[in-house]
Design a protein around this ligand. Sequence first.
Ligand SMILES: C[S@@+](CC[C@H](N)C(=O)[O-])C[C@H]1O[C@@H](n2cnc3c(N)ncnc32)[C@H](O)[C@@H]1O
Length: 178
Amino acid sequence: MNLAENGENEHGAASISVPNVWRTLPPEFASCDVFYSDPPWSRGYPTFNARAGGEWPPYTAFVLRLDRLALNLAPPVIYVVDRSFARLCHADFTASLMLNGRPAVAASYRLAIPVAFKDSESLLELLARRFRRVGDFMAGYGRTGRVFAGLGGSFVLSDYNAHCIGYIANHAPGWFRP
Ligand SMILES: C[S@@+](CC[C@H](N)C(=O)[O-])C[C@H]1O[C@@H](n2cnc3c(N)ncnc32)[C@H](O)[C@@H]1O
């Protein structure tokens, strides 16, 4: 789904869709110059899967899948995760920060980042000042896109939960600077 008209700027039309991360990423993601996601943590993983419906592999396989995805993409990828994820993955750099009021780790592939941030929003702001189009394939309610659009950037967002994508479709046009 393309958000052209009010969801468009000089970096192109924003785009949203409903695939899951076990499949090949939709081709729209090829236009991104950076990726950011905060995936489910181990305790929340079954809840997100139940909301999306269907059968899903165990959490460790999910971490390894996200790790492989990040290793195979060319642009920098940053996941905001818990310590168990950070220990399993092959990120090049880590930083500490808060995510929704809880201590978390930013695991960064190919992009050196400061060792600490206040929170995920300040990390996203730093990325939005440096890159023009972000991809988030576990976008939830779209904070990644909101921060980029608010700072003049654009985004490609997907999530396997159609409810989240419906929310983004309804709200994203208002995230862009007039
Ligand atoms: C912690 S939330 C992300 C919150 C988001 N940053 C926001 O602004 O609301 C994690 C998201 O990952 C999505 N997710 C979990 N497993 C997924 C999968 N296999 N494929 C695609 N999305 C997935 C969930 O539906 C959920 O919206």
